[in-house]
Design a binder for this molecule. Structure first.
Ligand code: DO4
Ligand code: MG
Length: 286
């Protein structure tokens, strides 16, 4: 089952939708569900969705609606250096703080950082940004956990943790500038509800970047290569923190393009996670 937020042609009203198959969105809004949050807080979410599916709801063809980011009111946070590939790449790009990546990869406490306020998150199809003052920019395709206020992982979506490698590599203290700027976070296209962590670890994460109609980078990683259990990341995220609206936690990247590669304006960035779908965004300079 997939949950989404969407609008239909001729209206700016935000609707909550259930996507039961490849072609259809069922509109939950006339049933009093104007927001996703109350749904995500339900203990019996899957049963509730199955019940909605059986009810006679108005429906729209999926291709006719505009999908908004499923991040409604949650802060977005991100875990880092959770894949060996990320640790290696960061150690190489960093002049004198290589050691911090090595240490955090094997430390008990994971790296977790704030990524975006909900209203700054970019939806599928909207542009993601590369900073005008950075010269080495990459997308980071990441499996995202949707966590409710009760700390339960209620679903999965796709995140793009856009990053400026030269800024981060110059000094690890520049991480917020490398990671948190206009259009640096895309999440979508919907939330998949139902799979377990074991099932999600079987998924494949793929990244493709095109330029001038040709593929200029393609890579993939099994999601199962993430080092830490999802529950451990969530437990640290909620330590001495409260998320009354829940949170979305990006789980880190396992795909890093070669050092010679940097994004350019106009590149479409396409991230596919086998159990979820595809998040595609064009790049602009911000
Ligand atoms: O340590 C810096 C950020 C790491 C990160 O974003 C990742 O591994 O995905
Ligand atoms: Mg990342």
């Amino acid at each position: 089952m997939r949950l989404c937020r969407f609008t239909v042609a001729g209206s700016t009203r935000v609707r909550v939708g259930l996507i039961p198959d490849q072609d259809t969105v069922l509109d939950l809004t006339p049933h009093g569900l104007h927001r996703m949050k109350p749904l995500l807080e339900r203990e019996n979410l899957l049963d509730a969705l199955a019940e909605f599916h059986r009810a006679s709801l108005s429906s729209y063809p999926l291709r006719s609606v505009e999908l908004l980011t499923p991040v409604e009111s949650q802060e977005v946070w991100a875990a880092g250096v959770t894949y060996l590939r990320s640790k290696q790449a960061r150690m190489e790009e960093s002049d004198f703080s290589a050691d911090v990546y090595d240490r955090v990869y094997s430390a008990a406490r994971p790296e977790i950082f704030f990524k975006a306020l909900p209203h700054k998150v970019v939806a599928a199809g909207e542009p993601v940004g590369i900073r005008w003052d950075a010269r080495w920019n990459v997308p980071e395709p990441e499996l995202a956990l949707v966590v409710n206020a009760a700390r339960t992982i209620v679903g999965f979506t796709i995140g793009n943790d856009m990053s400026s490698r030269d800024i981060e590599g110059e000094n690890a203290l520049y991480l917020p500038q490398a990671k948190i700027y206009a259009r640096s976070c895309a999440v979508g296209p919907w939330i998949v509800v139902g799979p377990t962590e074991d099932e999600a670890r079987e998924w494949t994460i793929q990244l493709e970047i095109r330029r001038g109609g040709k593929s200029v980078f393609a890579g993939e990683t099994p999601a199962g290569q993430i080092k830490r259990p999802f529950g451990e990341l969530v437990e640290y995220l909620f330590r001495s923190q409260m998320f009354p609206n829940g949170a979305v936690l990006l789980t880190g990247t396992g795909i890093v393009p070669p050092d010679a590669f940097t994004l350019a304006a106009g590149d479409p960035v396409r991230i596919t996670i086998s159990g979820i779908g595809t998040l595609e965004n064009p790049v602009i300079v911000v």
